[in-house]
Design a protein around this ligand. Sequence first.
Ligand code: ADP
Ligand code: ZN
Ligand code: ZN
Length: 735
Amino acid sequence: MKPRFASVALNVPAGSDTYSYKIVDDISDDMLIGRRAVVMLGNRLMEGYIVDITDHADIEEDKIKPVEALLDKEPIFTKAMLELAFWMKEQYLCPLGAALACMLPPGVKARIQKMIVLLNEADVIDNTKSLIINALRDNKGRMALNALKKVVPVKNISSVLAELERDGVIAYEYTVKESVRIKDSYNEAAVSGSISTVRPVQQQLQAITAINKAVDEGEGAFLLHGVTGSGKTEVYLQAIQHAMDIGKDAIVLVPEISLTPQMVALFTARFGSSVAVWHSRLSMGEKYAQWWRIKNGQAQVVVGARSAVFAPVQRLGLIVLDEEQESSYKSDMTPKYDAREVAKRRCDIEAGVLVLGSATPSLETYYAAGKGDMRLLVMPDRINGKPLPHVDIVDMRQEIAYGNKSIFSRKLLKAVAYNLKAGQQSILFMNRRGFSTFVSCRNCGLVMKCPHCDISLVYHSDKGQLQCHYCGYKIAVPKVCPKCKSPYIRYFGAGTQRIEHDVKQIFPHARVVRMDTDTVTKKNAHRDILRLVWRHEVDILVGTQMIAKGLDFPEVTLVGVVAADTALNIPDFRSAEDTFQLVTQVAGRAGRAAKPGMVIVQTYQPEHYSLQAAVKHDYESFYRQEIEIRERLKYPPFSNIVKISLSGKHLPDIIKAAEDMAGELHCYLNNMCYNNDVEILGPSPAPMEKIKDEYRWQIILKVDVHIMDDIKYDIKRMVDRYSCASMDINPYSML
Ligand code: ADP
Ligand code: ZN
Ligand code: ZN
């Protein structure tokens, strides 16, 4: 028989994509490709993935080690998933083995122990035994051998052992322990699905029909743009039902935070035990069990967060991404994949249909739909015909003029007081992070921005300076407003804690609860707080972004956005988009049930296009203005952003490395004549310069979309030479 070699992908940081190993077993190629295997790298035993079988090796044949053992009974990766992994490697510049490893849940990673088997104890004369004992470097093995056990664990294979193997004194075998044991706790009898009794309304019917047709044809991508409460979920449910009717499977991705029990119950009620749920709160054992249920075809619908995009469904019909604009779809660990892109690619490979749903699509997605890359389905009306809640903007400059220096406007205070009296609940909302270091004029609302990057300058109190965290531009804090000459120019600072404190002082009898990353670090704290609100044991909930998403509180009739400016002035090119999404989302929270809702947005920039559009619930208008700015300043979708981060304990080293790298980048772009296609911003400190005793600097590249593929490998190589550096292509957040 001709010799065969396996190309095995290993999850090791650098090195080559695959390594060659000899195939000794007589197994067909089809049963090998996509299979997990145990191999030696150096003298380490590792789990790897066979991605190809060839009849030639890339190094000298006699240097090639054999595949030590095959895992599982059959390939764990389909050809389609292998293709997806190859694509991820190119797209995200990660090792092939890392792409494959991230497709498996943590439990499906083997712990491998190599064992020596003494073929015939009686024949093992003392001399041989001591040879073996000497060759074994660990005590466990020695002890076992001394006790004359037949099977002995071994860590390293020495030449002595190799000789004994050739002489037939010993042989090897492997014990493979999956890291988890499964308790098959899933109770299939407990749940049963039911056919929908919901009659879709006209706008839903149109969307469902279009998607179903695409699922039949096995091709298509959609953006389902529907206002909050327009009934997107029912569209997903009916499209999935159709896919199942024709024998296909579906994956539904939702942001982790909205993967609530209600959400899961909705799918389980419809599809019963065909549903597999996938989220980070599952234990390793549960994940492992779910994974195999899907792999074995026992579950046809997978509902989960980001990593569920890799769920091993057998016949992909469609992938739905709800709230497609959410930043949690982008992984921040290697491989730094974007689940939207992976889903699209996977649909292309497996003849699936992609449905991205949102009330506020990301600029990139809406732009792609405009270009015809995906089909736009619009649902402009709420199901029950209820109007979207009334959004009021309060001009905080007027409050200052009136002499009100509190963080609450008169209008908001009045509304909260009214709600307390009426026994209704209120939410007071501060943007996602206590990121409050921009400088603005309290008189005219002017915000100090970088003249080059159009992002807010960050205030550094120690130096009395304002600095741009993209390009490094610096100025002293002006004494008077450059526009209106008012001396009332201040840096802005109010976090959720301050709001909670002030609210308690103004309304001493109100029951106030705060919810932000500080208060929900304890397990279940998140749920406990929500339960308090749900049971109406809280009058006022103060919180961050966390409370804006996916929650449905029928008794909440007032939402106050205390400082829209903190969102508007995050030093990130997406700040206007984030603000629009935020206000739209919080508006969607108010008045979900019978009582009408009201939203009050406080700001020093009431004329800002993002707020103006949000008030009118006018996505189109926001999009038109924002896309123009993106184009003018060459931000995505008109460029690719490459963020290179450098971090370390010793600041001068980090700055030096950042400067060296920037120098190298300039040199490279010069030599390649790419100066006009790539703009290098920085190096500059990251907006949060010091986190956990590590200093962070960054270099940002705006890369013309057409040359990205030409240069990304070179840039990656440059970055890899600095141990303190890493790169991220098109990150969602620039913080
Ligand atoms: P979205 O996800 O677009 O914000 P939802 O899917 O939450 O909207 O739908 C809003 C509400 O309308 C939900 O309570 C849902 O049960 C209900 N609903 C959806 N479609 C219909 C329909 N065709 N008939 C009656 N009620 C519906
Ligand atoms: Zn001013
Ligand atoms: Zn700048």
